[in-house]
Design a protein around this ligand. Structure first.
Ligand SMILES: NC(=O)C1=CN([C@@H]2O[C@H](COP(=O)(O)OP(=O)(O)OC[C@H]3O[C@@H](n4cnc5c(N)ncnc54)[C@H](OP(=O)(O)O)[C@@H]3O)[C@@H](O)[C@H]2O)C=CC1
Ligand SMILES: O=C1O[C@H](COP(=O)(O)O)[C@@H](O)[C@H](O)[C@H]1O
Length: 483
């Protein structure tokens, strides 16, 4: 990681500081950066919110959340960290800046060593998407946009129209170079490996196309409930929360043509070009589901039509990927939790063995026996399965696996995605952030997943979702859950 020693004094404003994202991901990431010595030499973090909290209340809240989600306060420099936390109460809007403007001014006075204008600002909008535009307008109206980087959580817009409106509003206040649109799946260690495995290994690079890959599966089932963030979730749903955001961006990482270099603009361009080639989803390529009991959750409408599950079969209109299905699936309260990207390789079309379900001389090739799998969860893991001859059997084939755990790689120190991404924001590296050109195309590609042309099917909690999702993966099925 780049030494932050050269980073100017920084005021980090966290909007939505009392929320779920801040508690589970952003504040722990900040603390981990402090543990690793990766924060700028001079910094303060100001939590912003509509409620009334003193600095000490906020410190106690952060202490509680670190105790719950880690790293635990006692595992790092808690006293020094806590001394740099402030809270600005009473919200922040164009009409009323609450305490924020004064709190930022005081922090800059302390950090600027006589020159408050030397202090860099980072505004992190960890608030629901409906609050992005009003908060941005307020930053402009109250003079807080200068010397700033601004970070937007996903989803950046909820439709093509709202994307355009938000994009224009944001560009009225900030230059594109100051904008960091987060999609934390791009910051996962195993997502980075998609590029490394493909472009640094002839075996995989030369097989990364429709001649060798039968399907690409991006499968993110979750056992997780949504009861603790039902208000947000019921307005959002699985299509916006996961499919057109995380899963599409990971699909673009798989589908991209080789970038000209690994420089941030070239990588972001390659990803944006890949999204442009996504073929808009048709109704027959989408299954939306809702788990039984969802409508009984507090803050969920009794007649809610929000999907808690979505599966999609997408095609990518490039010479490399034409006719290869990109199968994507995600949902809440499912049977298991995984975050897997699987390239299912084609069976050889000639030779002494014959594919599953066909007849011929020689042994049968096990179905989906040759796959390359990137496990995005946790520290990340790569796995490769191959069909090999069962030793001693003389001809029978069996599938065998080999694995690489990223935390075991020599010299490796995998970092959680928010740690990596917040570090990149502080040092100004935009390669793992999304761009408006790539995002605009997302709304076209979303097609039937968002246009209301698909109905919602129910599924039992603890299952793999509606049965209709199985037909999307025919004939060979999903690699996960063996269905
Ligand atoms: N939670 C997660 O796992 C992830 C969330 N995200 C994204 O992060 C963002 C926040 O999500 P999450 O933390 O779960 O949501 P929450 O519902 O927990 O909201 C976050 C905070 O935002 C403030 N807030 C709520 N509504 C408004 C509003 N209208 N105007 C200003 N502030 C408001 C509230 O703080 P207060 O009442 O103090 O003002 C609230 O605590 C979303 O865009 C989400 O998509 C992204 C990845 C993961
Ligand atoms: O952005 C989101 O991601 C999480 C899953 O990501 P992880 O980093 O926790 O593995 C998902 O549960 C949540 O609904 C969504 O908002």
């Amino acid at each position: 990681m780049t030494d932050p020693g050269d980073t100017p004094p920084t005021v980090f404003v966290l909007f939505g500081a009392s929320g779920d994202l801040a508690a589970r991901l952003v504040l722990p990431a900040f603390y981990r950066l402090a543990q690793e010595g990766l924060l700028p030499p001079a910094w303060q973090l100001i939590g912003s919110g509509r409620r009334e909290l003193s600095d000490d209340d906020f410190r106690a809240h952060v202490h509680d959340k670190l105790t719950e989600f880690g790293p635990k306060p006692e595992e790092g420099p808690w006293e020094e960290f806590a001394a740099r936390l402030r809270f600005a109460s009473n919200g922040f809007s164009v009409d009323d800046p609450g305490q924020l403007v004064d709190t930022v001014a005081a922090a800059e006075q302390e950090l600027g060593d006589g020159d408050p204008s030397s202090v860099q600002r980072v505004h992190y909008l960890g608030v629901p998407p409906t609050a992005f535009e009003p908060t941005t307008n307020a930053l402009g109206a109250h003079g807080l946009a200068e010397r700033s980087r601004v970070v937007y959580e996903k989803p950046f817009g909820t439709s093509l129209e709202s994307f355009h409106s938000l994009d224009q509003a944001v560009h009225r206040v900030f230059d594109e170079s100051a904008i960091y649109r987060i999609d934390h799946f791009l910051g996962k260690e195993a997502t980075q490996q998609l590029r490394a495995v493909r472009f640094a290994n002839g075996l995989f690079g030369s097989s990364w196309d429709r001649h060798h890959v039968e399907s690409v599966q991006i499968d993110v089932p979750e056992t997780l409930d949504v009861a603790d963030r039902a208000e947000f979730y019921d307005e959002t749903g699985a299509v916006l929360d996961m499919l057109v955001t995380h899963l599409f961006q990971v699909a673009a990482e798989v589908a991209m043509e080789p970038p000209r270099s690994l420089a941030s603009d070239d990588v972001a361009q390659a990803r944006a070009d890949a999204v442009k080639a996504f073929v808009p989803l048709r109704a027959e390529d989408v299954v939306r589901g809702q788990f039984d009991g969802y409508r009984d959750i507090d803050d969920v409408a009794d007649d809610s039509d929000t999907e808690t599950f979505v599966a999609a079969r997408m095609f990518v209109d490039t010479e490399r990927w034409r006719d290869v299905p990109f199968l994507m699936r995600t949902g809440k309260k499912m049977a298991e939790s995984h975050q897997k990207v699987t390239l299912v390789m084609r069976d050889p079309d000639d030779g002494p063995y014959h594919p599953t379900g066909t007849s011929g001389a020689g042994a049968e090739i096990p179905s989906r026996g040759n796959v390359l799998c990137f496990d995005l969860s946790g520290d990340g893991r790569l796995a490769l399965s191959m069909n090999i001859e069962v030793p001693g059997s003389q001809s029978a084939l069996e599938t065998a696996w080999t694995e690489i755990n990223l935390h075991e790689v020599d010299g490796g120190d995998p970092l959680p995605p928010y740690v990596r991404l917040i570090h990149d924001i502080l040092i100004g590296d935009r390669s793992l952030f999304t761009r408006p050109d790539g995002l605009e195309e997302v709304w076209h590609a979303a097609g039937a997943a968002l246009n209301g042309s698909t109905s919602i099917e129910s599924y039992a909690p603890g299952s793999w979702g509606p049965d209709a999702a199985l037909r999307l993966a025919e004939p060979r099925g999903w690699a996960l859950g063996d269905r």
